[in-house]
Design a protein around this ligand. Structure first.
Ligand SMILES: Nc1nc2c(c(=O)[nH]1)N[C@H]1C(S)=C(S)[C@@H](COP(=O)(O)OP(=O)(O)OC[C@H]3O[C@@H](n4cnc5c(=O)[nH]c(N)nc54)[C@H](O)[C@@H]3O)O[C@H]1N2
Ligand SMILES: Nc1nc2c(c(=O)[nH]1)N[C@H]1C(S)=C(S)[C@@H](COP(=O)(O)OP(=O)(O)OC[C@H]3O[C@@H](n4cnc5c(=O)[nH]c(N)nc54)[C@H](O)[C@@H]3O)O[C@H]1N2
Ligand code: SF4
Ligand SMILES: [Mo]
Length: 754
């Protein structure tokens, strides 16, 4: 029997609503849900392949436990017994920091990943936390923490209303957007142009997004912070600063102007390879536009000055009066956000409250750099213990983090490792226990993270589209049991984990004079919660306490889970609205334009004014039909132009003697790889591009289709030593490499590496 079911797509940040066709409990089709309040029917090739992704035969169906060196199928009970037996002795003998937690990207795409990892980390009491954020957007968290006092308060470009978008190091026509949740991002860009708006793209590659732009600037990789600093300088220099409505909430304007004095358009021009007049034009256009938004992503974050570039993106929004105004960059207000408190000074944002053991990297947002994971395992020091046990949830750092070969070895040396992962892949193959979550059609979905980054306030929830297959365990339950097993409560009822959170949260809310439930009995409130499972009760609680909630009766008509379930296509909560000063949590209660850690990092940027890299530098790229490291196993999404090739500009190819299609050797500080060359003027001269997430040729994995076209691991070119110092974010773009045709000797000297 054929039926349909709704499911929010978890395959990228756009969060499109899908209508799945289900035959005999299997997803046989997917189309865009035209009634979805946010995505209105949009779907991309990945969403259309939802059924194939969901029913990939290589997905693990049962837990695996290592016995005599070999991973064997096991029962859930055996698997959690093994987890408890593996982790507890490490905690007891070496202390909590000897247990590392690694969280990968899909945690922001599952309810389980939002609700349980914080309990795992707190329960273990470990400081050895490594996540995909330090391969990605940690610079943005740090800049937001410093500017606004809240690392999760990230301004989002008002795509649907802006008159001018300056897009830096992002390629939403392939990625479908990031830190800016917008189903049909491409359509929204076309609409911007159709209403007379302008789009400027800064990217060393002429991407599909760049081809849509009114102006494309092929900047030299890694130099955006200089470019943006010179734009800000121009605004001061030409008296174009106009803070608009946020003037009363901004601190440090004069100090900022003084700090940027050296960054003239002429001074940055050589390093950025952009002429000074163009820099001025960019600044003037931004100031002149009725509304404008500056937006930066991967190319602005995963670089040596990632935090400064991220900071300058919002500095420009502030200086042009575009922060917190319609058409500019605003702060979304999600339905599960905490009850807004009255404006006023907050606690501010602290960096470096502790440091990594080996190279003394400062923590950021409670995390240590993913680039430091291998050394934290394989390098003993006089003080502190190496990481000896690891809990990896939805993470494949062997491919996604620098120097996979070293990490591969380090993982093999652990006393114990558990992976929560649907695949036996490059990372999970090292686990002693693999706990496979069910495929997405069998999981409920709500976007806790992406609704706080969406271009429109809205709320949606979809229950599992098909029931759990026999022998499957919901990922929420897997993680709840993992929390219990890892924290010495093995065997307790997993519902106790949710009850604990509910009790604590409601207790706090009842004691909070600003909460709608102030003074009420937490037990009585808990009894009012709806939902058919622990995670649903927690969602109901968050909705009811949230900014649109019913306040457990205090705001009749407000949001509850019950109401949300009655709106299967979601509830629209309106366009983004100005919110300042309420969400600011800096000590001053204002936007702090020139925070001390930023000011202290500016001399490093000033030194970069003199940089003129002579050799080739490497950047990445994404393909619409791919997603990081884990979608190469789906035949429908592979092949065609989705290949692991090295893009080389014709001028460079000519100089190096590289022909199209020929294998070339790429060498970096961390190692070398060989990939076919694709000669194309889509990259600027001096830049080569290789996508990440490939390299599926390690033994002991079980991703059969991916292994037929394994590609190479670009991150093997990195040695993990290049970081943005403030955020600990890996430098993945603008990395010096040497390139040579395989048949011949390496023609570039090591001079290119300096
Ligand atoms: N050179 C270079 N490297 C990069 C990047 C780059 O641009 N260039 N990008 C970086 C970025 S932005 C990111 S976010 C990281 C990503 O880094 P990771 O998060 O380490 O990589 P993913 O490939 O997303 O792997 C996620 C893992 O989750 C598993 N998984 C998939 N679905 C689920 C699920 O529902 N539940 C669970 N438990 N597991 C699941 C997959 O099988 C896979 O093993 O890579 C980074 N690495
Ligand atoms: N199809 C697909 N979609 C995805 C993913 C995927 O792997 N595939 N991954 C998801 C994830 S985890 C994320 S974080 C997002 C990322 O979303 P985006 O940031 O939009 O992703 P990218 O396509 O990597 O775009 C980064 C761009 O920065 C450019 N760039 C590199 N170095 C520099 C530089 O120094 N300066 C400037 N100005 N530009 C530079 C690159 O050429 C590239 O075009 O995408 C998400 N969506
Ligand atoms: S754009 Fe993203 S969320 Fe939408 S269908 Fe494609 S993969 Fe899914
Ligand atoms: Mo990412």
């Amino acid at each position: 029997m054929s039926r349909t079911a709704l499911r929010i797509c978890p395959l990228c940040e756009a969060t499109c609503g899908l209508t799945l066709t289900i035959d005999d409990g299997r997803v046989t089709g997917a189309r865009g849900d035209r009634d979805d309040v946010f995505s209105k029917g949009f779907i991309c090739p990945k969403g259309a392949a939802f059924g194939a992704v969901d029913s990939d035969p290589d997905r693990l169906r049962t837990p695996l436990v290592r016995v005599d060196g070999e991973l064997r199928e096991a029962t859930w009970e055996e698997a959690f017994d093994a987890v408890a037996a593996g982790i507890r002795p490490v905690v007891e003998r070496y202390g909590p920091h000897a247990v590392g937690v690694v969280l990968g990207n899909p945690n922001v795409h599952t309810m389980a990943g939002a609700l349980y990892p914080p309990l795992l980390i707190a329960g273990l009491g470990t400081r050895s936390l490594f996540t995909a954020s330090t391969l990605d957007q940690m610079p943005k968290h740090v800049s937001s923490g410093l500017l606004f006092g809240d690392a999760n308060l990230i301004p989002v470009p008002d795509l649907d209303r802006t008159d001018h978008l300056l897009l830096i190091g992002a390629n939403p026509l392939e990625s479908n957007g990031s830190l800016c949740t917008a189903p049909d991002f491409p359509g929204r860009l076309r609409a911007l142009k159709a209403r007379g708006g302008t789009l400027t793209v800064v990217d060393p590659r002429r991407t599909r997004t760049a081809r849509l732009a009114d102006r494309h600037l092929a900047v030299r990789p890694g130099t955006d912070a200089l470019l943006l600093a010179a734009m800000a300088h121009t605004l001061f220099d030409e008296d174009l600063v106009d803070l608009g409505g946020c003037a009363p909430y901004v601190d440090g304007l004069d100090e900022l102007g003084a700090a940027l004095r050296d960054f003239t358009p002429e001074a940055v021009s050589g390093a950025c390879d952009v002429d000074a007049e163009t820099v001025r034009a960019l600044a003037r256009e931004l100031a002149a536009a009725p509304t404008a938004a500056v937006y930066g992503r991967i190319g602005s974050c995963t670089v040596p000055h990632g935090t400064l570039a991220s900071w300058l993106v919002d500095v420009l929004n502030v200086l042009t009066g575009n922060l917190d105004r319609p058409g500019g960059a605003l702060f979304p207000q999600a339905a599960t956000d905490r009850t807004p408190r009255p404006a006023g000074p907050g606690r501010g944002f602290a960096l470096g409250r502790w440091h990594s053991r080996v190279r003394r990297h400062p923590e950021a947002k409670g995390e240590l750099p993913m680039s430091a994971l291998a050394e934290e395992i394989d390098t003993p020091t006089d003080e502190g213990e190496p990481v000896r046990a690891l809990v990896a949830v939805a993470a494949n750092p062997v491919l996604s983090a620098p120097d996979g070969d070293r990490l591969d070895k380090a993982l093999g040396s652990l006393d114990f490792m558990v992976s929560v992962d649907p695949y036996l892949n490059e990372t999970s193959r090292h686990a002693d226990v693999v706990l496979p979550p069910p495929p997405p059609a069998q999981s409920p979905h709500h976007d806790f993270a992406f609704n706080t980054l969406a271009v429109r306030n809205q709320v949606r929830y979809t229950r599992p589209a098909v029931p759990l297959e026999p022998g499957r365990m919901a990922e929420t339950e897997i993680l709840a049991r993992l929390v219990l097993a890892a924290t010495g409560m093995h065997g307790a009822d997993p519902a106790a984990v949710d009850d604990l959170v509910v009790g604590r949260t409601l207790g706090k809310a009842a004691g909070d004079p600003h909460s709608p439930v102030h003074g009420r009995d937490p037990k009585e409130l808990a009894a009012l919660l709806g939902g058919g499972s622990g995670p649903e009760r927690r969602l109901d609680m968050m909705l009811r306490l949230g900014p649109y909630g019913d306040g457990f009766g205090a705001e009749p008509g407000g949001l509850t889970l019950e109401k949300l379930l009655a709106h299967p296509h979601g509830i629209d909560l309106g366009p983004l609205r100005p919110r300042l000063p309420q969400p600011l949590k800096t000590r001053s209660g204002k936007v702090e334009l020139l925070p001390a850690p930023i000011a202290a990092d500016l001399p490093r940027l000033r030194a970069a004014l003199a940089d003129r890299p002579g050799g080739l530098v490497l950047v990445g790229r994404r393909h619409l039909r791919s997603n990081n490291s884990w979608m190469h196993n789906v035949p429908a999404l592979t092949g065609g132009s989705n290949r692991c090739t090295l893009h080389v500009h014709p001028d460079d190819a000519g100089r190096l003697g590289v022909r199209d299609g020929q294998p070339v050797r790429v060498r970096g500080a961390g190692g070398e790889v060989t990939a076919p060359a694709e000669v194309t003027d889509a990259v600027r001269p001096g830049v080569v591009s290789l996508p990440h997430g490939w390299g599926h040729d390690r033994p002991g994995t079980r991703t059969r289709h991916a292994a037929t076209d394994p590609g190479v691991n670009v991150n093997q070119l990195l040695d993990g030593s290049l970081l943005d110092p403030l955020s600990g974010n890996a430098v993945l773009n603008g990395v010096p490499v040497e390139v040579a045709p395989v048949a011949e000797a390496v023609t570039e000297t090591s001079g290119a590496l300096t």
